[in-house]
Design a protein around this ligand. Structure first.
Ligand code: KIV
Length: 271
């Protein structure tokens, strides 16, 4: 009996072809079943189960506290909601930096326990051994360069990275290393648009930008930012497609009013 589904899934090969054909890649973060189902229905190419769950789902100030177990829980929920999108799962802080054995074990847990299709991790040369081992175990790896939020205490700020020549040169070098190691794509976060353009043209694998200009091969946004759930977070790279914060607060206010005034439930809403 075949277990193949009819739906044509997005894979790393699809993304490679999209880059070759000049078709932009859409990526959005997702952390639960219900939103994953909506985003899949909308036709998004890639969903990232980002460690930004630490911020937007758990309310932490940084991405550092989230654990591998938490990421697995979120990824399992997302995977249940999709038919077509490719699911990439972040390796959280502390699950890969120590050595490549630990990195490989973390990646294997994600693939085995979630049904996700690939992992993402932050960094260049310093995590190259881990990237190579994970890829040689058959797990597709997406890199992440520029502003890497797991290193926020090293950077000390969320400002644009690689504006200075030395950091830009390292980023270009790291992008080449990740390509040579076999990464299938690289997220470029919060770097000058001209640098992202140069990197994108210099490597054969797709770049996915967030705050990195229009010349990346694709774009990613955190769902809470683009849907306007977070009103307070308004960096210039976010375009808000909805104002869900206000819509939800107003809807719940109306519900409270209806309950208090005994307008809800009415006869047709009762048995
Ligand atoms: O965790 C996340 O949401 C991310 C994106 C910002 C790329 O890594």
């Amino acid at each position: 009996m075949s277990v193949n589904k009819e739906v044509k899934r997005i894979t790393s090969n699809t993304l490679q072809k999209m880059k070759a054909n000049g078709e932009k890649i859409s990526m959005i973060t997702a952390y639960d079943f219900s939103f994953a189902r909506l985003f899949d229905e909308a036709g998004v190419d890639v969903m990232l189960v980002g460690d930004s769950a630490s911020n937007v789902m758990a309310g932490h100030e940084t991405t550092l506290p989230i654990t591998l177990d938490h990421m697995i829980y979120h990824a399992q929920s997302v995977v249940r909601g999709i038919n077509r999108s490719m699911i990439v799962v972040d390796l959280p802080f502390g699950s890969y930096q120590s050595n490549s054995d630990i990195a490989l074990a973390s990646a294997i847990r994600i693939m085995k326990e979630t049904g996700g299709h690939a992992i993402k991790l932050e960094g260049g040369e310093e995590v190259l051994d881990s990237i190579k081992r994970i890829i040689s175990a058959g797990v597709p790896v997406m890199g992440h360069l520029g502003l890497t939020p797991q290193s926020i205490y090293k950077f000390g700020t969320y400002n644009v990275r690689a504006k200075e020549e030395a950091e830009a040169a390292k980023l270009k070098h790291d992008a080449k290393l990740l390509e040579e190691a076999g990464c299938f794509a690289i997220v470029l976060e919060k770097i000058p648009a001209h640098l992202a353009k140069e990197v994108t043209a210099s490597i054969s694998i797709p770049t996915i930008g967030i705050g990195a200009g229009v010349d990346c091969d694709g774009q990613v946004l955190v769902m809470h930012d683009m849907l306007g759930i977070n009103k307070e977070f308004q960096p210039r790279f976010v375009r808000r497609y909805l104002e869900l914060h206000d819509m939800i607060v107003n809807a719940v206010k109306q519900y409270i009013t209806d309950v208090k005034s005994k307008d809800f439930p009415n006869q047709s809403e009762s048995y």
